[in-house]
Design a protein around this ligand. Sequence first.
Ligand code: PBG
Length: 308
Amino acid sequence: MRETHLSVHNFVLPLFVSEKVAQRRPIASMPGVFQLPVKEIADEARAAEDLGLQAVLLFGIPKKKDEQASGAYAEDGIVQKALRVIKSKCPDLVTITDVCLCEYMSHGHCGVTNIDGDHFHVLNDETVELLAKTALSHATAGADIVAPSDMMDGRVGAIRAALDATGFDQTAIMSYAAKFASAFYGPFREAAESPPQFGDRRSYQMDIANAKEALREVALDIDEGADIVMIKPALPYMDILWRVHERFGKPTAVYHVSGEYAMVKAAVEKGLLNERDAVLEIMTALKRAGANIIVTYWARELARWLRE
Ligand code: PBG
């Protein structure tokens, strides 16, 4: 009678690859998650593949940051290097790359920023140009799917055009279509070393109170050529997930984010929750609500639990 079944193929494992570490470095706010050097990334990818996972989502931490996020689209950038080694060792593993500038910007914002005294704003069109450049450089290095997570206007269309113009018409786009300005990204910003140095991300990420706007954002991304649309975070936005999946019928992804992960981990460490039961319940609920793809830091454990 069960209506909803989880499969290992539903899960995408995020990986953090860093130019600044010589060996894996634990992330204090996310127990079980590490920053990895390039030399360990292929083994990590292979281990994921051996567990039956089909896809990884790569985030890069560069050695140097600047005001043009040049590390994001450098040919020898950290994500580009990681892609080449993963593709040489695990050609069948689907590689997804987070396309954003925040990890590469000295100020930690997701775009090119104009600072005027106490005020700043992010320059949408200048940012979109750099995002398209970044996506193209990821595709060139072997990315199968690019995932813009910045929330600038028009970036999906610009990325699609840049890819199509250069022979990467088979590279798919998974857009972070409804990404809310959430409190639950805190631990990730430690993992990716990307907290904004001033201000916050509310001028470009969505108001947590808006559902109709989320549907408009998703519609725009689909019009511009998104193949997969993503809702983020997960549990507090299940109403959005459900509506997006029902309304558009597109492959729908949800990102169960760092803060949601840390919350359960903390409860488990205190002996308040059974990790396996709680995580399987969360993931089943997300799938029931319409998720075809779930990005989760528990992807490996889930692969093991589903085998048992
Ligand atoms: C980059 C990006 C963020 C996350 C994914 N891509 C951080 C942010 O927008 O602040 C968050 C992921 C997580 O919390 O697990 N823009």
